[in-house]
Design a protein around this ligand. Structure first.
Ligand code: FES
Length: 572
């Protein structure tokens, strides 16, 4: 039974004969809901990554209330439920270690409960991809609503972006160009509101890609967290999810191969985070789709970089919203997109952006006036990265994109921390800083350690960039000539483990090459002589992680979570 004659999934729980169906109704009534509140209605889950430990998501309880209003308005019955939250600042060793765990919790929470559709509330870096991975695996109708970016930072009249400018000023502090007092003052000015980092970091990137994939409503990516229009959008999502349930529009029908191609084009056009490559590959993998790194690079060659936003450009997310937001950008690059793809509005992507306006052509450039004729990310291959490595050329120093230098090797993050400012470190600006043991297994969790600090003795000479490479990831808010995701990682026998201080390394971004200029036989000999490191975990989730984690080119998902029989299972 239902309000529109449709049989909802949740009926399998409520219509169970005898005691259990009766008890489930009693459980709703126990919370004060009378029968008219839920009887015959689709039950909409609001999957919430709210936590006070995740400052970016700390306002999501209020946003959930807005979603609920929309669900009630459309004749649904909303039920909010919590899932694990992943806060970038607090979690150790890295949130990436737990992204798959959150995705599993999302999937199993949806499958195990009487839910007909779900609104996903995320924001901070890993919460959005984890929600999409879990929802893709569960495959009930779903809409992503992110918490929105923070307001712009402002210090002594200078507009600041978190955390691009935190990194920039921390370098100036180490170089002696600002005082400890100024650094402390800056701490009060950089994060002025709830919401996620307001540069084109990983959170902003994943919010934008949600919109490009068609799984989020138009405009979702850029509305500031505290703007009343974000609550209005959440309310709209609450109404729209009821329509999606009635139309049975599931994530697998929205996130198609063409939708992923739209997302990859968008990633290049916005100069998005390197992390998005890993997350898109993982989400696609849950739907049985492969996204080889080469596909990302092929699309990069033919997608201009058009968004003038930090860390690759000048503006911030709040400005992007006032300029027209992602719909305006998608309209500018629309000749490159599959416009006939269905989206969670019930309309096609082309219909969604038909009336979009670009109010700031310096911020959102056109295809005829890009910031760079190619996309924001490049994939490198070579003797040092047979499985690929990633660089963000738009955030790098152009003169270093083709560079040959002597390797200065750090065994791991700890070694780097101990020695980087050692006055005895023999290092020059032309050298290449190399760090290993920082990948999915070695980190563990592939932490964002790839933005290696420059030695103080280099900084004090006024130099702000060097070539750096590792099997770690890099925060989407970071910048510089930084090669990350070197695959396979050193801890699983990749050639990165064979690099020795003094070896020559050749970086050639135009030709997409990254090579260790050492004889192949010598590389093999060194790898054979490598000692195996003790495992990080002997029990628990970490042990399971170590047994099943895939490399970066496969999205760092667990091997057993990639699609096999995607879709909702019937309850017992
Ligand atoms: Fe949460 Fe940057 S710390 S998005």
């Amino acid at each position: 039974m239902s309000t529109n004659g449709k049989s909802y999934r949740s009926r399998e729980w409520l219509d169970t004969p005898e005691l259990y169906g009766w008890l489930r109704r009693a459980a709703f009534k126990a919370q004060g809901f009378g029968e008219p509140a839920f009887e015959g209605k689709p039950i909409i889950g609001i999957c919430n990554t709210w936590s006070e430990l995740t400052h970016c998501n700390a306002h999501l309880r209020q946003l959930a209330d807005a979603v609920k209003r929309g669900v009630w308005q459309a004749g649904g019955f909303p039920m909010e439920f919590p899932v694990m939250s992943l806060g970038e600042y607090n979690m150790r060793p890295t949130t990436m270690l737990f992204r798959n765990l959150l995705s599993m919790e999302v999937e199993e929470s949806i499958i195990a409960n009487p839910l007909d559709g779900v609104v996903l509330l995320g924001g901070c870096d890993k919460t959005t991809p984890a929600l999409l991975m879990g929802a893709a695996s569960a495959d009930v109708p779903a809409i992503l609503v992110t918490g929105g970016p923070q307001l712009k930072g402002n210090w002594r009249g200078e507009e600041l972006g978190s955390c691009t400018d935190c990194r920039r000023y921390s370098v100036e502090l180490r170089a002696g160009n600002i005082t400890e007092e100024e650094w402390a003052e800056l701490q009060n000015c950089i994060v002025r509101s709830p919401g996620h980092c307001m540069v084109m970091g990983t959170a902003s990137t994943m919010a934008a890609l949600g919109e490009a994939l068609g799984i989020a409503l138009p405009g979702n990516a850029a509305i500031p967290a505290v703007d009343s229009r974000r609550a209005q959008l959440a309310e709209t999502a609450g109404r729209q999810i009821v329509n999606l349930v009635n139309d049975d529009l599931r994530p697998s029908k929205v996130m198609t191969p063409e939708a992923f191609e739209n997302a990859i084009r968008t990633l290049h056009a916005i100069g998005g985070s390197t992390n998005a490559i890993v997350h898109l590959a993982a989400i696609a993998g849950r739907l049985g789709l492969d996204l080889p790194l080469k596909h990302f690079d092929d699309l990069s060659r033919t997608t201009p970089f058009v968004l003038n936003l930090k860390p690759s450009g000048k503006f911030l997310m709040e400005d992007f919203y006032y300029a027209g937001g992602l719909p305006a950008l998608l309209k500018e690059i629309s000749p490159l997109l599959h416009l006939d793809r269905p989206t969670v509005t019930g309309r096609t992507l082309g219909e969604n952006i038909a009336n979009a306006q670009n109010y700031n052509p310096d911020l959102i450039r056109g295809l005829d006036n890009p910031l760079d004729p190619e996309g924001g990310l490049a994939v490198l291959y070579g003797s040092l990265a047979p499985g690929g490595a990633i660089i963000k050329p738009t955030a790098a120093s152009p003169e270093l994109l083709t560079h040959r230098g002597r390797a200065i090797v750090f065994e791991d993050h700890e070694d780097n921390e101990h020695r980087i400012d050692d006055p005895a470190l023999d290092v020059s600006p032309d050298d290449v800083l190399v760090m290993r043991s920082s990948g999915p297994i070695g980190g563990p969790g592939m932490p964002e350690w790839g933005f290696l600090p420059l030695p103080k003795k280099i900084l004090t000479r006024g130099i702000r960039d060097m070539v750096r490479l590792s099997d770690a990831r890099m925060s989407g808010t970071a910048f510089g000539t930084v090669v990350v995701h070197v695959t396979p990682e050193s801890a699983s026998g990749g050639p990165l483990a064979a690099v020795r201080t003094g070896d020559e390394i050749q970086l050639d971004v135009p030709n997409r090459r990254l090579d260790l200029l050492v004889d192949d036989r010598e590389i093999s000999r060194r790898l054979e002589a490598e000692k195996t490191r003790a495992p990080h975990f002997k029990r628990g989730y970490g042990w399971m992680y170590s047994q099943h984690i895939l490399q970066a080119d496969q999205g760092c998902d667990f091997d057993f979570l990639r699609a096999e029989g995607v879709g909702v299972k019937a309850p017992a």
